[in-house]
Design a binder for this molecule. Structure first.
Ligand code: PLP
Length: 413
């Protein structure tokens, strides 16, 4: 008998990190063949064209010159007020929806997802997301006694599968009074898909239909972790206007993250922004999420909040920062375009990538396909339904020819 000291709900918890496994195999190959021969498409962070972790230069400059007190002192539990105002403004750009809002600082985007699951669903509830999803959603749900269920993201024409979405919402709302729907857009991880304005209209129609039933509560969590690598600032935020004047039993939560947008992944700083037509719902949002913060991590990285404030309160610096970030976006865009163009030419069925850090190729036995790709020293991540390629981490030159090699691996297994 193996010994266990864990409480019954914690027995058997093991974080299966496929990404770590894939990147370990890649490191071995680098040691054997040299980094120039190896393509590492496993990392969820932007590597420059020399293969080094990219940092936006203004971020480094400001971070290194922040007053020591901003770095070491406690921050308010809810977050620095100026930071909260700025993250709200940055989230909406020119497309702020009508309604009441409040923001609470969180440990990256992950922290906001955690709070949303905990505070807006009942123990035992199912949480809905698409079948291609960031694996951490599942862990976040299970950790607090919720279950993640999915609908197929795409229909047979590779359009957003609104029919499947509607069916799943119908089914869940018949069984439970609170429903949390998680949608990661624009630039979805792992497919790179972005919901179109029409997709959003359809999603909101489904939610509004169910919100008419008394006693039902629907929370739509929009995970915008990759929004700053999805296109022009205001174009990518236009859909947000659609959340104006929804009924009081639909709450929208946007989870903002500095990880990608500021290239400060390890600084663990984000913000959750609640939007509702009801003032009471928003007061409650600020109160209960602050409480959960106090009871989870206390307060958030003060230096990272100060960094965001310092960059954005100086309009010249903000402009410089945005143009440097845009340069990184252009790099990811170019890498994605090379792969997708070549995929089209060689007949590889990649999912409809619009933008962002990742693209995916459906595969029945993704682990076998990834292993086969190792013959060409290409390392991707095997997901349940396919192979994820991190375009963010592959130097542009190495993107050439990759689609054909992935196709060869697919055909070989
Ligand atoms: N959402 C998605 C889909 C992600 O892929 C990530 C990071 O990988 C996050 C949210 C949040 O990351 P962080 O907690 O570092 O902000």
């Amino acid at each position: 008998m193996t010994a266990s000291m864990a409480a019954s709900h914690s027995v058997g918890k093991i974080a299966k990190d496929v990404i770590f496994g894939a990147s370990a195999a890649c490191k071995e190959a680098v040691a054997k063949y040299g980094s120039e021969k190896v393509t590492n498409a496993t990392i969820g962070a932007i590597m420059d064209d020399e293969g080094k972790l990219a940092c936006i230069p203004v971020v480094e400059k400001v971070l290194r010159t922040l007053p020591i007190n901003d770095l070491i002192s406690y921050a308010p539990i809810s977050g620095v007020p100026e930071y909260l105002d700025m993250t709200t403004e940055l989230t909406f750009g020119d497309h702020r929806p009508d309604g009441y809002t409040a923001a609470v600082a969180t440990a990256g985007g992950t922290g906001g997802i955690h709070h949303t699951i905990w505070n807006y669903t009942e123990v035992g509830d199912s949480v809905l997301t698409s079948d291609w999803f960031w694996g951490t959603y599942n862990m976040l749900c299970r950790e607090v006694g919720r279950k993640l269920v999915t609908y197929p993201l795409f229909d047979e024409k590779q359009n957003f599968n609104i029919t499947a979405f509607a069916q799943k919402v119908d089914e869940l709302i018949a069984k439970q009074d609170s429903l949390l729907i998680i949608i990661n857009t624009p630039a979805h991880n792992p497919t790179g898909y972005s919901l179109s304005d029409d997709d959003w209209t359809n999603v909101l129609d489904v939610c509004q239909k169910h919100a008419k039933t008394p006693g039902k509560k629907i929370t739509i969590m929009v995970d915008i972790a990759y929004i700053d690598f999805a296109g022009e600032k205001n174009a990518t935020r236009k859909f947000m206007e659609k959340f104006s004047n929804l009924p009081a039993n639909i709450l929208t939560v946007f989870t903002f993250s500095m990880s990608k947008g500021y290239t400060v992944y390890g600084q663990r700083c984000g913000s959750m922004i609640g939007l509702s037509s009801s003032k009471e719902v928003i007061t409650e949002f600020a109160d209960i999420n602050k409480y959960t913060s106090r009871a989870t991590w206390s307060n958030i990285n003060h230096g990272a909040m100060a960094l965001l404030v310092a960059i954005n309160k100086d309009k010249t610096l903000q402009k410089e920062f945005e143009s440097q970030r845009d340069a990184l976006y252009q790099i990811t865009r170019k890498r994605g375009a090379i792969f997708m163009d070549e995929a089209k030419t060689c007949g590889l069925n990649a999912l409809p990538y619009k933008a962002g850090f990742f693209l995916s190729i459906p595969a029945k036995d993704s682990a076998a396909v990834c292993n086969k790709m190792h013959d060409d020293l290409i390392f991707g991540v095997p997901l349940k339904a396919g192979v994820r390629i991190a375009v963010c981490s592959v130097p542009t030159g190495k993107m050439n020819g990759m689609a054909q090699k992935v196709l060869n691996a697919l055909n070989a297994v």
